[in-house]
Design a protein around this ligand. Structure first.
Ligand code: DAH
Length: 342
């Protein structure tokens, strides 16, 4: 190959390099181009290897051309690098910082906690205070003062877990806190009491030996059954929507007179009957009534002046109905129930 041909070849390499580098848009590709043209095994070094085959004069001439082409390519690479850096900063400047970021996956509150907070805020809105009491109770607060006669089946050892018989036990309901509130607070009184209660139950899909109850108590002037009904129907609508159907039935609870139970139409089958409502179409969600005069008197409340209503509900069932969770144990074990509450 004569020297002119070699020079033409070098010019071709340069032209191709320059036009390639112009089009490059990332620093990665820029590095690749640098290796391809100027690297140790690059195209220009291949040409340099040919030099030793040439006579001195040609070698000098071609050497100069090779160096010149190298310098040109190096310059274009440097210029392009700067351009890319600048446009990169421009792109950064154009970033819309008001766009929402990528949200990391976080946990969420337990479904029971969520519903409990919702129900608390519903009652706070109606002027109630959220009240608490201890889980270890006296027989007096848990039973006697609630007008539970000594021979009442709820006092049976089969239901109650005693800490120290006969006086100390794990509360079997949150009603014991009604007693504490009436004994310790000034009237009128409006409280709700969320909390854990304990019973000696065999665990299955709907029962657990520890579960949550949600209690309510109002003691005021002119309180009657319609105040109770209005409050509980409003609660049902708040939880399950305006269309929810409720019904009240007479029920016996020692602590109230008259006593009532509230059912809501099964949210799973719309009242047609299904395994969840045991084919009844309705699900009992709470017990309620007008506070029994004996209960009021046991707490030194003047029954000529004051009357009250109370209600107590199994809170887990409420949560299960709201989210369509079929097994109460899912609320207490560590497994996520995401697929069910999504
Ligand atoms: N304490 C009752 C139970 O655990 C539920 C209950 C019924 C609470 C009537 C009340 C009430 O406040 O008025 O089964």
């Amino acid at each position: 190959m004569n020297i002119d041909l070699k020079i033409t070849k070098l010019n071709q390499i340069r032209d191709k390099a320059l036009s390639d580098i112009e089009k490059i848009s990332s620093s990665d590709d820029l590095n690749k181009a640098k290796v391809q043209y100027l690297g140790r095994k690059g195209e220009l070094n291949q040409q340099s290897k040919e030099l030793k085959k040439l006579v001195l004069e040609d070698r000098q001439q071609l050497g100069r051309v090779i160096n010149q082409v190298k310098t040109e390519i190096q310059q274009v690479l440097t210029t392009r690098k700067k351009e890319l850096e600048q446009s990169g900063t421009k792109e950064l400047d154009q970033t819309d910082t008001s766009l929402p970021g990528i949200r990391p996956q976080t946990g969420f509150l337990h479904p029971s906690t969520q519903v409990m907070r919702q129900v608390n805020s519903f009652f706070r809105y109606l002027g109630y205070s959220v009240y608490e009491g201890p889980e270890i109770e006296t027989d007096d607060n848990n039973f006697a003062k609630l007008n539970l006669p000594l021979d009442h089946p709820a006092r049976d050892l089969a239901d109650t877990l005693y800490i120290k018989e006969p006086d100390y036990l794990l509360r079997t309901h949150t009603s014991s806190v009604e007693i504490r509130a009436m004994l310790n607070e000034k009237l009128p009184l409006r409280i709700v009491v969320p909390g854990k209660v304990y019973r000696n139950e065999t665990t299955n899909t709907t029962n657990n030996s520890m579960f949550y109850q949600y209690e309510g108590l109002v003691v005021d002037k002119n309180i009657n059954m319609s105040s109770l009904k209005g409050t509980l129907v409003a609660l049902a609508k708040f939880l399950y929507g305006e269309e929810v159907k409720t019904r009240f039935r007479c029920k016996y609870y020692p602590q109230v007179e008259p006593g009532a139970g509230m059912d809501i139409q099964c949210t799973f089958c719309g009242g047609k009957g299904c395994p969840v409502c045991k084919h009844r179409g309705w699900i009992e969600v709470l017990g309620a009534g007008m506070v029994h005069p004996n209960t009021l008197k046991a707490c030194k409340v003047d029954t000529n002046k004051w009357s009250g209503f109370a209600f107590g509900m199994g809170f887990d069932r409420l949560v299960m109905l709201k989210y369509g969770i079929s097994d109460v144990r899912k609320l207490y074990n560590g497994e996520l129930v995401i697929e069910e509450i999504a």
